[in-house]
Design a protein around this ligand. Structure first.
Ligand code: CO
Length: 135
């Protein structure tokens, strides 16, 4: 549990180009885009200091991001904390009674293994745990 980092901040957008326009004007650069089929999103990452912004555009109407846009419009979606051993963190949190959105890690961007923690368990913030893929 020791080495935690803020991996990225997830922001729901209607389109990556539209969503990136402000941040590019601010001076950030889109480092790459990727389709994450398991989550039914296209993502773009913009490096900012030691962390990144992750813009998320839905690729289908049943995407969790499409539902978020419908209910709340574009904006902040989740925080992502990078962990060394996602199974251990998941077991620890589940054992302490916190609600995870999946029983097993799922595949996220860059082949990371990810799991979301329900906002009801975190004080209102959807929180993504992410363990980077072994290079
Ligand atoms: Co994310």
């Amino acid at each position: 549990m020791a080495d935690l980092k803020l991996d990225h901040i997830g922001i729901a957008v209607q389109s990556l180009a539209e969503g990136a326009a402000f941040y590019e004007a601010l001076g950030l650069a889109v480092g790459g885009t990727e389709e994450v089929s398991e989550q039914r999103v296209k993502v773009a990452f913009l490096q900012i200091g030691d962390t990144r912004l992750e813009l998320l555009e839905p690729t289908s109407a049943d995407s969790p991001i499409a539902k978020h846009l419908e209910k709340r419009g574009p904006g902040l979606h989740h925080l992502c904390v990078r962990v060394d051993d996602i199974e251990a963190v998941m077991a620890h949190l589940a054992g302490a009674g916190f609600r995870l959105l999946s029983d097993e890690p799922q595949v996220g961007a860059h082949g990371c293994r990810v799991c979301f923690v329900h906002p009801k368990s975190t004080g209102g913030v959807l929180l993504e745990l992410s363990q980077p893929a072994v290079p």
